[in-house]
Ligand binder design. Sequence first.
Ligand code: HEM
Length: 440
Amino acid sequence: MSFSWAKPYEPKHPVMRWLDERLPLPRLIYGATGGGYPVPRNLNYFWNFGSIAGLFLTIQIVTGIVLAMHYFATTEGAFNSVNGLIMRDVNAGWLLRYAHMNGASFFFIAVYIHIFRGLYYGSYKAPRELVWMLGLVIYLLMMATAFMGYVLPWGQMSYWGAQVITGFFSAFPLVGEPIRVWLLGGYAPDEAALTRFFSLHYLLPFVIAAVVILHIWALHIPGSGNPTGVDVKDERDTLPFHPFYTAKDGWFAAAFLLVYAIVTYFAPNYLGHPDNYIPANPLATPAEIVPEWYFWPFYAILRSFTVDFILPAKLWGVLAMFTSILLLFFLPWLDRSPVRSGSYRPVFKRFFWLLVIDVVILGWAGGGAPTPLRNALGQMSAAYYFLHFLVILPLVSAFETPDPLPSSISDSVLHGEAAEAAPAGQSKKRRGSVATAAAE
Ligand code: HEM
């Protein structure tokens, strides 16, 4: 499809012309983000979170590299290098550390919104299945990176978190314990574990960056989806990425950064656990061992098996936790509905919001010491999580009657304007259908 507003890349400056003939990198960037890339004109703010995630990946890499210059990856030196040297002696070291610590949380906030946007608008459906699956690879890498990063300050939660997480592997019969020992480089977290976690924590963000390039490349083949889920038909449905979406992404990033700055400056430890300000002590188990908030829903799934049944309860927990993420790779085939966007799927939409509530309850259940209420709610919401993806979603996609789709993206944009003229008191949906009729 050709777009009349699309201007081919024509370097004006002689240096840029020289470069274009030898290494056309600016041409590539122009094609991906500049005036050459058509984007649906109706993207809402949920489509901003991909670029926000990219921004936070950059912030994490930059602050992380500088922190690494002052960090000692030894069990003797780690805690003091973080809490003493970096927090007190390094110029603006406290800011670097708090920016990195809270940057991880805000990165996860952005990515969770990005994932739930994908779940609601059916972004995982054809032809974007690979975009979705590469996203899940990024997410798994992020989890590994965040886990290893949390071990580095070598506080109580670092140490006991590493014990618990690597302990998952010992749930597997025969191979489990040797794998755990191999991962840790010993029988418990110690110097060997700390140095390899540091090495991998430094490496993985660059692997994530490489997968992000594939993610965006795979996205640019079909192009971005949009809130209606209807394909782009003609150039009236699109806008050039620059200046329209560079401006929208830019101002929204500034607003998001403001919230991040407020937390970093005024409540830097709000999202963390106080026990991590106690140096690691292998002889004193903390009263409760909880991971960072972004792992809570998975931790609840892990803990929801309490009785041995054929396999040990711990192994069920570990299998369920891994399956809860792995099943998302099959989402494009579990949800067979031809309609992408949840906005036009009345039954799906309701179950989507139930899933959101379910994950929040899972998070609450995984975020504190086990109590009978926590355990019961955790178990129920873990069961519902699997029910949603393995039973409800396939059934809904088979039997639901979707609402009528707009005939094109520009039609759906016209809705809003024409609706203004609709008599007061009519429902939004009714006004919408009047507007479609008017547009037709
Ligand atoms: C470092 C993490 C990530 C970065 C930097 C990133 C970046 C982006 C960007 C820039 C876009 C285009 C703008 C947008 O749609 O928001 C995008 C689209 C998309 N991303 Fe990600 N992403 C990341 C993680 C993920 C994850 C974890 C998933 C899912 C599990 C995912 C799934 C998708 C999908 C399905 C789209 C296409 C949406 C559509 O066009 O309808 N991404 N991503």
